[in-house]
Design a protein around this ligand. Structure first.
Ligand code: NAD
Ligand code: DAU
Length: 340
């Protein structure tokens, strides 16, 4: 049985990924600092499984990460651990550089040290983002991000993810260390922290609160259901060529205002709740992913439609209001006071 080290497995995508792989023949180690975004409730129904172990820790902590490698001897690492919210990175960039760049570098160094005798059956997968490519013009929908698009990040968040990608890639280029990088578009689904657009709008609309739409609401994101992202990561781990980057996207470009109105319509709430607010600083206009490489080379494409999964996602948040109220207490309340 192979051992896989998942960092950031108590967050949104990491928890979904652990659910996705839990029935596989794998020994799963979930290493997570449990920041405001990490929540063990997301894994409650699998916490007693024999093939699952949780360790609380920071990916920047050299001694603890070395201890994990020495004790559990993982053959695969999937690095989800990150500060992930663009707005927070505008208010406090430093923690983004620390976790996303320095933390990734620490993981790489330690994996390299423990794997140095034989890289052949090892894999280090860095979960990255389409935001490293910057932004696209909104009126030329022919142009999309490919793996060859130059990296041109704008926010401190995307700059820190770009820094991490460059360090990861350098380990392949320099040491032939077995790296893989996936760059995915915006995810939605269960367990997403309600600071991100879709769960935030669902939560506020359910409570008849004003819905903050940044700028003119016409920024475009390419939305992908989280389980499709998990499936893509697994596909890349199993079949990807080391040293390669794979874009992952839903081919599903939607303006923010359309997302907000769709949610209101499904919840049967009035559009008068919409409030246009000051735009995010440095707000990227459009993201769109060309995912033809992963389709052509590895046979992956999304399975789910937005129409089906947005309804299911809304229903999940309606059914999990205790979860939402729990995660937004504490630190989140302080954040709201800074942000609005
Ligand atoms: P999230 O904020 O929901 O979860 C991040 C997790 O990492 C949390 O459990 C947190 O406790 C943990 N963490 C943070 N700092 C840590 C540290 N120093 N050491 C150990 N654990 C730490 O994030 P998410 O939305 O699940 O994103 C996961 C990854 O996917 C990130 O790397 C992000 O950049 C990337 N990504 C996200 C999206 C998206 O739409 N959410 C899209 C593309 C890529
Ligand atoms: O593209 C992938 C990225 O998607 C990931 O790398 C990030 O980790 C993830 O957070 C997400 O980044 P975005 O900035 O695109 O997601 P967010 O949900 O914060 O915002 C989506 C869009 O909605 C964006 O154009 C800003 C806008 N927005 C967001 C919030 C929170 C609003 O108009 N109002 C809001 O209150």
């Amino acid at each position: 049985m192979k051992t896989i080290l998942i960092t950031g497995g108590a967050g949104f995508i990491g928890a979904n990924f652990i659910h996705y792989i839990i029935e596989k023949d794998l020994n799963i180690i979930n290493f997570d600092k449990l920041t405001y975004a990490g929540n063990l409730e997301n894994l409650k129904n699998i916490e007693k499984r024999k093939n699952y172990t949780f360790i609380k820790g920071d990916i920047c902590n050299k001694e603890l990460v070395e201890h994990v490698f020495a004790t559990y001897k993982p053959e695969m690492v999937v690095n989800f651990a990150a500060e992930s919210h663009v707005d927070r990175s505008i208010h406090n960039p430093n923690i983004f550089i620390e976790t996303n760049v320095m933390g990734t570098a620490n993981l790489l160094n330690i994996a390299k040290k423990f794997w140095q005798n034989d890289f052949s059956n090892k894999r280090f997968l860095q979960v990255s983002t389409d935001e490293v490519y910057g932004t696209l013009p909104e009126n030329n929908t022919e142009i999309m991000f490919t793996e060859e698009t130059p990296l041109q990040p704008h926010s401190p968040y995307s700059a820190s993810k770009t820094g991490a990608d460059c360090v990861v890639q350098s380990y392949f280029d320099t040491f032939e260390f077995p790296t893989l990088i996936t760059r995915c578009s915006n995810n939605y689904g269960a367990y997403q922290f309600p600071e991100k657009l879709i769960p935030l709008i669902i939560h506020k609309a359910m409570n008849n609160e004003k819905l903050p739409v940044y700028g003119d609401g016409k920024n475009i994101r390419d939305w992908l259901y989280v389980e499709d992202h998990c499936d893509a990561i697994w596909t890349v781990l199993e079949k990807g060529n080391i040293g390669e980057v794979y874009n992952v996207g839903g081919n599903n470009e939607i303006q923010n205002i359309v997302i907000v109105k769709t949610i209101l319509n499904i919840l049967n709430k009035p559009e008068s709740l919409i409030t246009y607010v000051t735009d995010r600083l440095g707000h990227d206009r459009r993201y769109a992913i060309d995912a033809s490489k992963i389709k052509k080379e590895l046979g992956w494409s999304p399975k789910f439609t937005f129409e089906e999964k947005i309804r299911e996602t809304i229903q999940w948040y309606l059914n999990h209001q205790d979860w939402v109220n729990n995660v937004i207490s504490g630190d989140y309340q302080k954040w709201l006071k800074i942000n609005y």
